[in-house]
Design a protein around this ligand. Sequence first.
Ligand SMILES: Nc1ncnc2c1ncn2[C@@H]1O[C@H](COP(=O)(O)OP(=O)(O)OP(=O)(O)O)[C@@H](O)[C@H]1O
Ligand SMILES: [Mg+2]
Length: 261
Amino acid sequence: MAEIIALANQKGGVGKTTTAINLAAGLACLGQDTLLVDLDPQANATSGLGFDKNEEAPGAYENLVEKLPAEKTIKGTPVELLDLMRSSPDLVSAELQLAGEFSRENRLKDCLSGVRNAYSFIIIDCPPSLGLLTLNALAAADKVLVPIQGEYYALEGLATFLETIRVCQERLNENLAIEGAVLTMYDPRYTLAQQVRGELEKFFGDSLYKTAIPRSVRLAEAPSFGKTIYQYDAKSKGSESYLALAGELLARRGWKGMRLN
Ligand SMILES: Nc1ncnc2c1ncn2[C@@H]1O[C@H](COP(=O)(O)OP(=O)(O)OP(=O)(O)O)[C@@H](O)[C@H]1O
Ligand SMILES: [Mg+2]
């Protein structure tokens, strides 16, 4: 049964979507059946995988608001073993539509329960807020992975965010655990970035991923071509580092690596 991992941080622009796409695709490259759920009305994960976010096609909105079964909206992607539950700009109104509905935080969880057996991993890309969509992700997830940008304000807001996770554990999902944090847009040439890394090591201990994602123009360019970093530039530092991140995630679960015959 799939492990469900939410990529969340209420701060905007920290690398949630870039990590969701390339971690999910990295897991798929390493042989894991993976579903990427785009739960952000910006639909950047949807367009980043080459789909038109404005296309009239059912997606997470229909799954959450109209309770359409997951398999009705999930599609294959150009990446082998990677499927997508797409988003669209109208997802922004889901919050209003669901106001007053019973158990509205559990819509995603209920919907994913129908497809959990088909995957090893389900990765959820969350919007930059702590609204109902992120709560749906946290209610459905087993783990939350927090991307953190290696810059000055990196730790600001982190305490509030972790407090939200604690409240979620208490009220919504007692199984929710913190997978850890991953440093994004990391540039070790800057003392400040090294300091942030040091702070995160203190704060997260072993749950901070050893793999830090470097700042890389190729990673920023890939989504405008609707491609994962592996399709866009497989030899780039960004590609190596996201594959290493996927490998580290699997190693934490006892994976011994791919064997070449
Ligand atoms: N490692 C990186 N190197 C260079 N640019 C990056 C890197 N990671 C992300 N970016 C760029 O930084 C911007 C923000 O990244 P991304 O969209 O992944 O963040 P986000 O947390 O999902 O943002 P939002 O909160 O708006 O959803 C994007 O333009 C992306 O292309
Ligand atoms: Mg995003």
